[in-house]
Write a protein that binds this ligand. Sequence first.
Ligand SMILES: [Zn+2]
Length: 417
Amino acid sequence: MSIAKPASISATAALSAAARSASGAATQASLRERNLALVLTQVASSESPTSRADVAALTGLTRSTVSRLVDELVAAALVDEGDPVTGGQRGRPAVPLRPASGTLVGLGLEVNVWHVAASVVDLRGQSVSNRIVEGDFVDSDPARVLAQLAQVGIACLEEARAALPQLSLAGVQLALPGLVDGATLLRAPNLGWHDLQPLPPIRQALAAAGWDPGGYLWTANEADCAALTVLQGSRHDDLLYVSGEVGIGSAAIVGGQVMTGRHGWAGELGHVCVNDGGPLCGCGSHGCLEVYAGRRAILEKAGVDSLDALVAALRSGDARALGAVESAGHALAIAVSAALNLLDLPRVVLGGHLAVVFDWLRPTLTSELNSRVLSAPFSPPEVSAVSLDPAPAAVGAALAVRQRVLAAPASWMPARG
Ligand SMILES: [Zn+2]
């Protein structure tokens, strides 16, 4: 059986145990859980294989505690030991440690307006398999789309298992282009979905195929998930990621963490008003950023039907296409400058179609940001584009499962007798 057996402690329980220990009422068990997380996170955050001595030095735990915890993590197949190398502390050979590969994996699933996608990522954060199926999911039937998505996920897992026969499923995260509250999708305007429980059909389909994730399923906003892929490939810990799809989402990354807000609803840059009295948006309001800078809006204004056609028109100097991108850049600058003035973020990273047209977008965007952001004369915001995986939210959702394992590994380890 290739499914991880959930241990007796849920992720929530492990986190609350960690919280209790932080408040001073630590039990021996919660202390162990917190220290396991500390050690595994340290091993995972090291750019090169690290040693027990390094982990002890960096975490402040004693060498013997680290050794015991590492032994547990190795036994649970969460950490791999390499061959000992000489030159370690006091001349003793050091055993290099890395997160295990080919054992525990996260499955990320994504529904977007023009595709569904799945991605399997291991504990090292490496993609094991990816699948994407194009379609038109505007005003779609959720039951049909979720059934299709589950099959894409199963195919992705089967492909991963063919390469890594020992793998176990740590959990599943579903990325959706809308507002999510716990396990409920409140609304996804561009899909036409609202008040929906998307996880039960996914769980049932996975279980029927032998991939029962137990209670280890979560939902999240797609831009927040995609931002994790940006973070993984970036040297910077503070930035605003703006994801250009049919709609526009964003995620503020502060100190290396996606700032999701009180309910997880932060980052709806696409629905920031840039023109009171502008066209009606799918959200029911008027003049939102995405009616000017969303993919559909730009293509319509440019008079073309695909991104490739838009780029060709821009390259040929077509005035209508250039005007469409310039007005998108103007609208984007209004919304982004508001975010930068509010949040004091030093850089902006554009993804999706905004990255594809970045060369033409950049002049308007940078010059307007420099005039609209109050601190720009002292520190002009850096603007760049990132070329991501075709379905970054699926990859990011799988990375989010990995983060959950790193934060509470005891939940994926056998209960101690
Ligand atoms: Zn709107």
